[in-house]
Design a binder for this molecule. Sequence first.
Ligand code: TMP
Ligand code: ZN
Length: 405
Amino acid sequence: MPCRICQRSLELVCDFGRMPIANRFVTADEFAGEYFFPLRLTWCPHCTMVQLAEQPPAEAMFHGAYPFFTGSSRRMQEHFATLAATLQTTWLCGRGNPFVVELGSNDGTLLQHFAQAKIRHLGIEPSANVAALATQRGVATTTEFFSDAAARHILAQHGPADVITMSNVLCHIAPIHEVFAGFATLLAPEGVVVIEDPYWPAVADQTAYDQIYDEHLFYFSLASLTALAQQHGFVVIAAEPQWTHGGSMRYTLARPGTHAMQPTVATVHTHEQEYGIATAAWHRDFGARCAASREQLRSTLEQLAYSKSSVMGYAATSKSTTVLNYCGITTDWLPAICDTTPLKQGKFSPGAHIPIIPAERFHSEPPDVALLFGWNHAEEILAKEQSFTAAGGRWLLYVPTVHLR
Ligand code: TMP
Ligand code: ZN
């Protein structure tokens, strides 16, 4: 498979082995028919885009029972409330009857703020179950994949968009050139595209290899996103770091000459150059750190099992699928993972088949050690679980290094 951005040849960064669909929590009778694919991370030495070598078909990943709800974390709700307010006071300010479009609008966590403010909006969400939740909240939503054809249809119905936004969505999309063609079709002449995604240099810096799974096809940096944007007649006019997903970046794209480039772009660009993200050595080093992290987590769990300490996983995140399968963790070391999502409870984790139990069991039967798969929500979770820590419970984390605390 050549680079999906510039069509030239890719280089291997890390082979994570045979992997199931990260969000496909299964019942026992589904074990035999589980879908697996080789999870291999590559990078393009020409345009710098980091990407999976192969990705399962979209239908295998996003289905009617997609179990991820943006609104399930309080801090994520706050993050999107702030983003809505920021968009209103910046790019939408002074526009007559503005129109906002969100790709992958999920349960309407962001767009509900526009619905409440009576601002014209449209969410485009391919997973029917989460789209239904948004509709219930009064968020205008269509259940489809965004494309140039979809953009033409929306343009004819609603007129051009002043803002097209997406958070943790663009990195999932294989027909990315089609999506950029849709931006060019739908965006008003002075409109902007606001994109938030995990920031690859932050992921790699923390050895957060659990961000790498089937749904995340691309791992953007300012350099690689700029290369992609240029192909479609856009420039990046702002790049602002975000705390979400353990380190993300918000990129604002516009047509050349329509808006001034903000100083953040030069700052992030300089940082990426100094950091050396476009070198083979930097990527080799990341691959070596992933392998070392795996050995450390395995030996820690082995020691805990040997000393008869009970261990429970905390939060059956999509990220946990990569950790469990790459590290070869079984129920011998990890008998269960607790999670707040009813759709996951009573099922088994993909591939590793660790039982998912209700979050309440963490309180009724607290383990000696909690393996924190929701490490990106650590602040929220540790504050919520103070009584566990006060009673002598310990947390096992693996980002940025494997450590007990
Ligand atoms: P993710 O956004 O990192 O994929 O994690 C979402 C999962 O974590 C979801 O299944 C809910 C679960 N979760 C808990 O079980 N407890 C918590 O306190 C938080 C914040 C998330
Ligand atoms: Zn390339």
